[in-house]
Design a protein around this ligand. Structure first.
Ligand SMILES: [Zn+2]
Length: 282
């Protein structure tokens, strides 16, 4: 996982909202036009909270309540400006980064998560920093409890949380009985350089989205695929399979960050003493 690039502010975020709003039915549009100052204020507040790293202090604003249906309607229906906004958010990302969901790293993004839940913060239904491209599993697993009872954030915010450039996703490989398979167990290990608050946030993100369990479930297939690629490499005359795997892992670390589970897995395979015997298996 790597931080996503926030959408540029030309056109301004609030102008994108206005373009979407203006495509809605008259009744919705008029309600939102009457409340425009409120929405503008809230956009400023959110932009500042993200810039100052005080996102956790964003409070629900009662002024949204009477117009919540109209505000949320902005994210419903495929208006052209909404389609353009979604496309622009995706286009702002470096190539290949979104091959994997930025929240879990397991599969391609297919939807958008409202980081600040739309039920509580309907005014941010189409705010570009509140629309995180992600997979449907993450979107449905992440609940509206974005804060702990003590007011700490529970999930990493893909546009603003810088993931420390240190390895904390670890894997142990083990041979599984009877089926010549290789299994993997993932864990989080705190590196010395990570602050307690950052570490708590990373832990909570992994825990709430069940990431270690999801990686373990996927790893059998992933290992089989990697070993198959290695055999193809060897059959084609490749000599140093460990180096081949190591290079592939490194390339993925470069794109998806040091804690991308697939790359962690490849690196562990490359270094494992049993690799040669696993490659001889069928
Ligand atoms: Zn995901």
């Amino acid at each position: 996982m790597k931080r996503l690039t926030p959408l540029g502010d030309d056109p301004a975020y609030v102008d994108r909202y206005v373009a979407i709003r203006n495509r809605k039915h008259l009744a919705v549009r008029n309600q939102l036009i009457a409340a425009h100052t409120f929405v503008e204020e809230r956009y400023d507040e959110l932009n500042e909270a993200i810039a100052d790293d005080t996102l956790r202090l964003m409070a629900v604003d009662g002024r949204a309540t009477p117009i919540k249906v109209a505000l949320r309607a902005c994210y419903e229906g495929a208006t052209q400006p909404l389609r353009d906004l979604k496309k622009a958010i995706i286009a702002a990302q470096p190539k290949r980064l979104l091959k994997y969901c930025p929240m879990c790293g397991t599969t391609i993004h297919s939807t958008f998560d409202h980081y600040l839940p739309a039920v509580r913060f309907p005014e941010f239904a189409v705010h570009p920093l509140n629309l995180v491209p992600c997979c449907s599993k993450c979107n449905s697993t992440k609940d509206d409890d974005w804060l702990t009872p003590a007011g700490r954030r529970q999930y990493l915010h893909a546009f603003s949380d810088e993931i420390p450039d240190e390895t904390f996703v670890r894997v142990t490989l083990h041979e599984e009985d009877a089926m010549l398979g290789v299994g993997a167990r993932f864990s989080l290990v705190r590196p010395n350089g990570i602050e307690a608050s950052t570490w708590a946030l990373i832990n909570s993100h992994f825990d709430r989205l069940h990431l270690l369990e999801r990686y373990a479930e996927l790893s059998n297939d992933e290992i089989a695929e990697v070993l198959s690629d290695c055999r193809i490499f060897i059959d084609a005359g490749g000599l140093d399979v460990r180096q081949f795997l190591g290079h592939r892992a490194k390339e993925r670390f470069g794109i998806h960050g040091r804690n991308h589970w697939r790359a962690v897995l490849m690196q562990a395979l490359a270094a494992h003493e049993n690799l040669d015997s696993w490659l001889e298996g069928t």
